[in-house]
Ligand binder design. Sequence first.
Ligand code: S3P
Length: 429
Amino acid sequence: MNSITIQPAAAVRGVITVPGDKSISHRSIMLGAIANGITTVRGFLRGEDNMSTMHAFRAMGVDIDDDGETIRITGRGLHGLKEPGDILDCGNSGTTIRLITGLLSGQSFFSVVTGDKYLRKRPMKRVVEPLSRMGARISGRNDGTLAPLAINGGFLKGVEYQSPVSSAQIKSSIMLAGLYADGETRVSEPSLSRDHSERMFRHFGASLDVHSDGVAVRGGFELTAREVTVPGDISSAAFFIVAALITPDSELLIRNVGVNRSRTGVIDILLAMGGDIQLQDEREVSGEPVADILVRSSRLKGIAISGSVVPRAIDEFPAICIAAARAEGVTSVRDARELRVKETDRITAMANNLRKLGITVTETEDGMDITGSERLLGGTVDSCGDHRIAMSLSVAALVASGAIMVTDIGCVATSFPTFFPLLEKVSSK
Ligand code: S3P
């Protein structure tokens, strides 16, 4: 199990870009595979999670070419996927397994999906239940609630589904099944989760209506191949935004970051904490808002975080916890129960690790209270096999009183293979 030791830094400075958005990269392969024609994707994230999606579609007969610059997907049309000869391994990727299960529910063949030891513990009932209501026959471990899942698809009917949680994976899984269903499929959620599927469905010409209370997809319409340019991932940028905010004498420009409103909760939260963050040159690329983000060192204060901003920042809480650990006063996080079913239980993982660094943290069932401190201790912390825990703790090391060793860092390759060299490049000792 590999680890890294990171020394405190004097400043974080420079001009950087971060790799492509993970959510948009997944969706570009999925829609490209079932569209008619050749879809080209630039800025695609070649992290392990997205490679799992790519391998799964290749295993279903889709020709996907990668020249290192551009990905070219030869779409097979709505009904052109082939029965895979083996189990589809989704690795660590919740997005791959949940979205692909929706898509496979619409196929008239048999398939089995699974993943690594972390993914096999994550809840699948949230997609199995609505997809079964649409007519898919899905079985799996623990009464169909855990992977591996075996899917007998085909003959779906449109349903109206009110998701009890705000989750883009649930919404997108049902939308993908809805492309194959008879009639209209409607999904609503308590508050808006990331809407990349809605935007990309439209980009590929799907028959889709977005309402204030959800989205409606009509089945049976073919998609048309498109060009997709993937912006930098705000979830990856978040580690560098926090790094520049908490480290003295810092100024960092992060170019070409996706700033879709359903993803910018982290910016709203850090601004409310007193962060000096500016969005520059806002523009739209392939139907997604993009900007350059300028960040300077700031004195942060604790705030209360709850409600509809939570799904808009759901992947950024590990990074936000580091900002909170350095803020003056208490930061409280509530309505964030979903953090307990991410790659690991991120509430417990961050609480335990922050305590090792001398920070006072109280866990609640749906969040935590973090009491900020000027003094963060050095020591050894553990990623718990979760890429975002590993990266946020590495950022904490920049302002600790001694070196921090982060163990089990191989997971970083799932979303940000170049994270450590980039962190090294911007931090001066
Ligand atoms: C994602 C949705 C979110 C997020 C995940 C990516 C997506 O998961 O945490 O990293 O691409 O749809 P949930 O839908 O479980 O909130």
